[in-house]
Design a protein around this ligand. Structure first.
Ligand SMILES: Cc1ncc(COP(=O)(O)O)c(C=O)c1O
Length: 449
């Protein structure tokens, strides 16, 4: 085996992965954007309604409402679900910050729940432990494109009248037991930010089959659609004012997202095929554990995150393992997820003006189970890494280089342990400020949006 790149040897990945990327905006999307500009439809436009209709049809819900971001979609979901002061919402700490953070904006309390080591998604057994009479919502996130264990989650939620909000920002086209995610719970929230499988540049979309949830979603940020207030008596008194928030998406971005929707299935097939090839080729490295896909589910490869298990590689530290991969050109980094529990936003509540937080003003007591302990989440935080780029075209040659790089690193246990010892000695001589972790985090944060 060649010398590790970490020790000055040649890199395993030499092909330029950018050559295997598709342009983010196709010629058809550019033409659609130009056509809208020529018509002067740069704000309110039927193009938005057409996207909503086709998206709802694709996901299999009665309604879809486009908004200005995934964050706006999640806010819309929480508002429509009627989450408010004193309500508890169960959520993972191992997720994108706004998924949990938005709970505080509506006055709710985020109750952090464990994630599952193999699926990386919320652990239904811990949800069961954390449900109380105050639980009004469960926010699941189908992380990296992998559907959550929705069966037990729905079984817990349905009899208690708990609303299930799905964050599908990584999972456009993923399927749970024959139903697309976004149509499984009560309300689906998708980011269509530029790095996502459907990208409007900035944008998002909410899906639901409930008329009430749809009308309340319109009320929050799309009140120009007030003509849709037909069944829910709560909305009409606010028809003129809305609630002071506007989340209208930009039609030019939506035109790009619509083009991505048209090609989603075809591209998901390609990405899935490449992702599966890489995982199969790494199956003989026990220290690398791919995300477990539950039976009856189809994941999509929005991101290929895997877990490193140090106990299966002689105890080589996660930092050293990731450094060695990065040196080979694999660009492996961590996500930044798994650090939400214990943050001020959740221990104090939403700071709606400086110094005045929801919990302080409303006198909400934070339950002592709200912030952990969460040992599995912390394991994921430390050991899950971004293992490969999104492969958007058949690129066996490039994948083979990745596979060689992984094998090269996994075979070099003695060198890696020696490197670990060297680093530990250096640290003892001059303690660091944790910079190494930041460096490792950086590429994946970009990748994970
Ligand atoms: C899982 C998840 N949820 C929500 C969001 C928020 O979406 P947006 O950036 O469109 O506001 C993101 C964005 O990256 C995300 O990855």
């Amino acid at each position: 085996m060649a010398k590790l790149a970490l020790m000055g040897g040649p890199k395993a990945v030499t092909l330029d992965r950018l050559k295997f990327k598709r342009p983010a905006v196709s010629e058809e999307a550019i033409a659609a954007v130009v056509a809208l500009m020529r018509k002067g439809e740069t704000s309110v436009s039927p193009a938005i309604n057409a996207f909503e209709r086709n998206f709802a049809q694709y996901i299999g819900t009665e309604h879809a409402l486009a908004v200005s971001s995934g964050t706006a979609a999640l806010h819309t979901g929480l508002y429509a679900a009627g989450i408010g002061p004193g309500d508890e919402v169960i959520v993972a700490s191992y997720t994108y910050p706004s998924t949990a953070g938005l709970i505080t904006t509506v006055g709710g309390t985020a109750i952090f729940c464990e994630s599952d080591l193999d699926t990386h998604n919320l652990d239904p057994a811990d949800i069961a432990r954390k449900i109380t009479p105050r639980t009004r919502g469960i926010m699941v996130c189908h992380l990296w494109g992998n559907p959550c264990d929705m069966g037990p989650i729905l079984e817990l939620a349905r009899p208690r009248g708990i609303t299930v909000i799905e964050d599908c920002s990584h999972a456009h086209g993923a399927v749970w037991h024959g139903t697309k995610v976004g149509a499984v719970g009560d309300i689906g929230c998708f980011s269509c930010q530029g790095s996502k499988l459907i990208g409007a540049g900035e944008g998002g979309i909410v899906t639901t089959s409930s008329r009430t949830l749809y009308e309340r979603s319109i009320l929050l940020g799309r009140v120009e659609n007030r003509a849709e207030f037909r069944e829910d008596p709560f909305c009409p008194p606010y028809s003129f004012t809305g609630v002071g928030i506007k989340y209208r998406p930009h039609p030019l971005g939506i035109a790009i997202a619509h083009d991505h929707l048209r090609h989603l299935d075809e591209l998901n097939e390609i990405r899935d095929r490449q992702g599966a090839i890489l995982e199969a080729a790494l199956a003989d490295i026990p220290a690398i554990v791919p995300q477990r896909v539950l039976p009856g589910c189809r994941r999509v490869y929005a991101y290929q995150f895997m877990r490193y298990d140090p106990s299966r590689l002689g105890g080589v530290s996660s930092d050293t393992f990731l450094r060695a991969l990065a040196a080979e050109g694999i660009g492996a980094g961590r996500t930044g997820y798994g650090r939400l529990h214990g943050q001020a936003l959740f221990t104090h509540g939403f700071p709606y003006s400086p110094g005045r937080t929801t919990y302080g003003v409303l006198g909400v007591a934070l339950p002592d189970y709200a912030n952990g302990p969460l040992p599995v989440t912390e394991d994921l935080r430390d050991n899950v890494f971004y293992g490969a780029p999104r492969f958007e075209m058949d690129c066996r040659e490039l994948i083979d280089q990745y596979v060689d790089g992984y094998h090269k690193v996994a075979a070099a246990v003695d060198e890696l342990l020696a490197y670990d010892r060297q680093q530990a000695a250096k640290q003892q001589a001059a303690p660091t400020d944790g910079l190494s972790v930041h460096l490792l985090d950086a590429p994946a944060r970009r990748a994970g949006g």
